[in-house]
Design a protein around this ligand. Structure first.
Ligand code: AMP
Length: 248
């Protein structure tokens, strides 16, 4: 079984994101970039399937600038076998990414594509769903457990008030939720080994995909600043203060 894992290079989740002075977007210059956290979970799941003897090959794919090679290398250091970078310097949109992944899936014939449930930069949560539609494959979104069977895969999904388990026919698209697993840290020897693994360099033109943006950002703003708190002496003062504000 072959598993394809798309990974996005995003602003590291520990970075305090700053809005550009002209409100056109967020500051990306000199900001630490890392693999999207949900994609680390997707890579971990694929590598565990390989370690369990279920998967035979894990291919890590990214669409992004040259530096996204580092993101792919992280996936290879975690246990991925080889990478594909589709070099593209501007922001990517879910539909264009899904079209590229469809073309890559046509070449690679994976049994499973495991994506993150969302990229923490644009929070779209659309790519996996669009890809499943474009391929005409089954999809299991927001997976908290993935159990492959014979030509099928059981996906447990977190839903309001409980868990739902669905069975998908493979090939299938799965998107990883937070509780699917805890991704490993790559060991130094594995980081060294990953340097020798192959990354194929491609362009959107190789797959005939038009990357022209379909969305335009009107304005990006910081969230409103939090108002300073007020100290009260007692519960009755608190009740009085809340009444005065009309909160009780
Ligand atoms: P999104 O729909 O943008 O929230 O992204 C959902 C998932 O799609 C991510 O967690 C990645 O697995 C994948 N993805 C989105 N954009 C890219 C990209 N530029 N390169 C590789 N994978 C991507």
């Amino acid at each position: 079984m072959k598993v394809l894992v798309p990974v996005k290079r995003v602003v590291d989740y520990n970075v305090k994101v700053r809005v550009k002075a002209d409100n056109s977007g967020v500051e990306l210059a000199n900001v630490k970039m890392s693999m999207n956290p949900f994609d680390e979970i997707a890579v971990e799941e694929a590598v565990r399937l390989k370690e369990a003897g279920t998967a035979t090959e894990v291919v890590v794919v990214s669409i992004g600038p040259k530096q996204a090679q580092e993101t792919i290398r992280t996936g290879l250091a975690m246990g991925g076998d080889r990478g594909i970078l589709v070099e593209y310097d501007a922001e990517t949109e879910p539909l264009a990414v899904a079209k590229l992944l469809k073309a890559i899936a046509a070449e690679e014939n994976p049994d499973l594509v495991v994506l993150g449930k969302q990229a923490i930069d644009d929070d779209c949560s659309q790519t996996g769903q669009m890809l499943a539609q474009l391929l005409g494959w089954s999809q299991g979104t927001f997976a908290s457990k993935v159990t492959p069977g014979d030509g099928t895969v059981d996906v447990t999904r977190e839903i309001d008030g409980g868990l739902e388990t669905i069975q998908l026919k493979m090939p299938a698209v799965v998107t990883a939720d937070l509780r699917l697993n805890e991704p490993r840290y790559a060991s130094l020897p594995n980081i060294m080994k990953a340097k020798k693994k192959e990354i194929a360099m491609k362009t959107p033109a190789d797959y005939g995909v038009d990357m022209t943006p379909r969305l335009s950002t009107e304005r990006v703003e910081e969230p409103p600043e939090r108002q300073a708190g007020v100290m009260v002496e007692s519960v009755s003062d608190l009740v009085a203060a809340l009444k005065e504000k009309g909160a009780l």
